[in-house]
Design a protein around this ligand. Structure first.
Ligand code: PGA
Length: 262
C-alpha cells in the first residue's frame, strides 16, 4: 500500500485523476470502478481536463440506493450520469449502476456482480471511506468476503447522506452495494479521503486490525492500494509525501483476523 498526503481536496482530485488517466492511457478498453459521495468529485473534475479518448471505457458504480424512483436526482444512477458519464463524455451504454428500483433487488445485485465478471473485472476502483469505516455501502459487520447484495444502511450513513435530501427521513434505508470481496477483486484500488473528520477512521482502517468492525480495513489485504489523503485526513498517518517529490510512505499491513460478518 502506498499513501500520499496532499494539501487539500482539489490536490487529491488532481493526483487521483493522474492515476486513472494512466490506466486509461495504457488501456482504452479499461474498466473503471467509480464511487459517489463528495470525495471522488474533484477526481472527476480533474480527469475531465485531460481530454482523454474514453469512448470504449466501461464504468461500474459501487452502489445504489434501493427504493428511489428511477430518475430521482439523488439516485446514484443520476449522480453518476451527471458527474461521471456527462463530465467525462463516456458512452452511457458503457456505464453501469446497480438497479435500485428493480422489483427484485436481490436478483439485481446478483446480475450486477455477474456483469462485472462478464466485463473481465475492474481495472481500477475509486473509493471513499465512511465515518464508520464503511467501504461502498458495506457497513460494519459486513463479511470481508461479501459479494454484491442488498444491505441496510447504518444510521450514521443515513445521517451523513441526509445533506443530499430534503429531509433526513427521505434517505433510503436499503441499498445494493458491491461486496468487500467484490471490491478486493479489482486489480487496483484508489482511496481518496478529505477532511480532519476522517483522520481517525482512516488511521484505524489502514493500521488497525483487519476486521468486519471496520470494513475499510480490508484494504490491507489488497496487493495494489493507493491512498490519497489531504492534510486533515492524513493527520494521524505520520510522514507522507506528494507524488513526484519523493517516495510515498508504505503503510504496514495490520494484524490478521476477521470479525463476524454477514
Ligand atoms: P464522502 O462519503 O465522500 O461523501 O465523504 C464517502 C463514503 O461515505 O463512503
Amino acid at each position: 500500500m502506498e499513501f500520499f498526503t496532499v494539501q487539500d481536496a482539489a490536490a487529491a482530485g488532481a493526483v487521483g485523476a493522474g492515476f486513472l488517466a494512466a490506466v486509461i492511457r495504457s488501456n482504452p478498453d479499461a474498466v473503471l470502478g467509480v464511487a459517489t459521495g463528495g470525495s471522488p468529485l474533484p477526481v472527476y473534475r480533474s480527469l475531465a481536463g485531460y481530454g482523454l479518448e474514453m469512448s470504449r471505457i466501461r464504468c461500474f458504480a459501487l452502489d445504489e440506493y434501493v427504493g428511489l424512483p428511477a430518475g430521482h436526482p439523488e439516485s446514484y444512477a443520476e449522480v453518476v450520469r451527471r458527474e461521471v458519464t456527462g463530465r467525462l463524455g463516456l458512452n452511457p451504454a458503457n456505464v453501469f449502476v446497480p438497479d435500485g428500483s428493480a422489483a427484485d433487488p436481490e436478483r439485481a445485485a446478483c446480475d450486477y456482480e455477474a456483469a462485472i465478471a462478464a466485463c473481465g473485472g475492474i481495472d481500477i476502483q475509486l473509493l471513499g471511506i465512511g465515518h464508520n469505516g464503511h467501504l461502498a455501502f458495506n457497513e460494519p459487520g459486513s463479511a470481508l468476503d461479501s459479494r454484491t447484495r442488498v444491505e441496510v444502511l447504518a444510521e450514521r450513513t443515513r445521517q451523513a447522506n441526509a445533506r443530499y435530501f430534503d429531509s433526513p427521513r427521505d434517505v433510503p434505508e436499503r441499498c445494493i452495494t458491491q461486496g468487500l470481496g467484490t471490491i478486493l477483486e479489482a486489480r487496483q484500488l484508489l482511496l481518496v479521503v478529505h477532511g480532519a473528520d476522517k483522520a481517525e477512521i482512516l488511521h484505524r482502517a489502514l493500521t488497525g486490525p483487519v476486521s468486519a468492525d471496520c470494513p475499510a480495513s480490508v484494504l490491507q489485504r489488497h496487493p495494489h492500494v493507493t491512498v490519497i489523503g489531504d492534510e486533515g485526513a492524513a493527520a494521524l498517518m505520520g510522514r507522507a509525501t506528494t507524488p513526484g517529490t519523493a517516495a510515498p510512505v508504505a503503510v504496514g499491513a495490520g494484524a490478521a483476523g476477521t470479525g463476524p460478518g454477514r
